[in-house]
Ligand binder design. Structure first.
Ligand code: ZN
Length: 381
């Protein structure tokens, strides 16, 4: 359901402007009060619309002039015949958006982040009449729906600070209120998690956040400020409404399983190894290890077949050649303990003799010409 309660805005009942606009909050609770003013027939509002507006004005005056507050302390007022009036200005607009405004009804900083409903009367033993009760149910159901607050979180003022409010009788009716609200709202509201939620579902949420790289703090099943931050970051990152409330869209995004690289099969082919390890930090070690398992002969054959052919256009080198590669050849021959003469880049008789000696030693056809096989063997030796 949407916000269906009919609330008279502060502007419409002629409120004085606030001395200061109140900050927007993320409400967790709905807090129930009574005004501790006379019950019918001596009620302040006299059960009329005009009387309701006058009563709202007198409460605002008492709060601003008497207590020095910036505006009315409560967020909503419910009169004896069920007229609903906005209290602290900005409350209605914020609630419709799933938020509240900081108020001054709970006597407790945390409680003041949640909307407080003042019910006209004194409900110590006096029982609320049906019109007022129905408005209270409707307002609570509207707030629960728009702010995704579980009806379990409808509380009494005395749950937040030492007070008799909202009176023993009204306090005793909170379980009934919760039940009636629960029947009016979409069942899915119960599935929403938010700051203050607890239990295994919260733990599951924290585990999912952590697995996605968002740190919710301890995985303790308590939706605290760390979890709120992690949820908000996750929502921003995923292009969701970043309200810190976990509903179906956020759950769905959390449950998306990332595509992980396929596990290597039990028996690897070389091509699997290449594909799987490519780009990983230990790629070089993996390939180097594998190479160490392959015989030199196989590697030589591999090199000759696949590596050198297109990449060594200066081959073959033979008697009479003059080039930097000849110098390189001479240096390699020297490193092999052979004597090609001075490494001057000129393929003379001395170099040819050294090449022949090398080819003989390696079992390569001893023609004195440095082709693919000789070059590769020399460079791998
Ligand atoms: Zn109270």
């Amino acid at each position: 359901m949407s916000f269906t309660a009919s609330v008279i805005t502060a502007k419409d009942w002629g409120a004085k402007p606030p001395k200061q606009w109140s900050e927007i909050t993320r409400p967790q609770y709905i807090i129930i009060h009574h005004t501790a003013t006379p019950n019918p027939p001596n009620d302040a509002s006299k059960g009329t619309l005009t009387g309701a507006k006058e009563f709202a004005k007198s409460v605002q005056k008492a709060h601003m002039d008497g207590f020095g507050w910036v505006d009315s302390g409560h967020n909503f007022l419910n009169t004896t015949t069920g007229f609903l009036l906005e209290g602290r200005q900005g409350s209605l607009a914020a609630i419709v958006q799933g938020r509240s405004v900081r108020s001054a009804h709970a006597g407790n900083t945390k409680g003041n982040e949640s909307p407080g409903i003042e019910n006209e009367g004194t409900f110590t033993t006096y029982q609320m009449k049906v019109l007022q009760w129905n408005s209270l149910v409707e307002l609570c159901a509207s707030i629960c729906s728009s702010c995704k607050i579980s009806p379990d979180n409808i509380r009494g003022h005395r749950d937040f600070s030492p007070t008799q409010c909202p009176g023993d009788w009204l306090y005793s009716q909170l379980p009934r209120l919760r039940n009636e609200v629960r029947q009016r709202i979409d069942a899915s509201v119960e599935d929403y998690l938010r700051e203050g939620s607890t239990g295994t579902k919260v733990k599951e949420l924290q585990q999912l956040l952590k697995a996605k790289g968002f740190n919710p703090g301890p995985i303790d099943g308590i939706f605290g400020s760390g979890t709120v931050q992690a949820v908000v970051s996750f929502q921003k990152f995923n292009g969701l409404k970043a309200d810190g409330v976990v509903g179906p869209a956020t759950w769905q995004a959390l449950s998306v399983v990332p595509v992980l690289p396929e596990s290597p099969p039990a028996t690897l082919s070389l091509i699997d190894t290449y594909k799987y390890y490519r780009g990983l930090p230990h790629q070089d070690q993996a390939i180097a290890w594998l190479q160490g398992q392959v015989s030199k002969q196989v590697l030589e054959e591999f090199s000759q077949k696949w590596r050198d052919t297109p990449s060594q256009p200066f081959l073959p080198l033979q008697l009479g050649a003059v080039s930097p590669e000849v110098k390189q050849l001479q240096q390699r021959l020297q490193q092999q303990g052979l004597n090609p003469g001075v490494a001057d880049g000129i393929f003379g008789a001395g170099t040819q003799a050294a090449v022949i000696a090398f080819q003989k030693a390696k079992g390569i056809s001893a023609d004195g010409i440095v082709g693919e096989k000789t070059w590769t063997t020399l460079n791998l030796s």
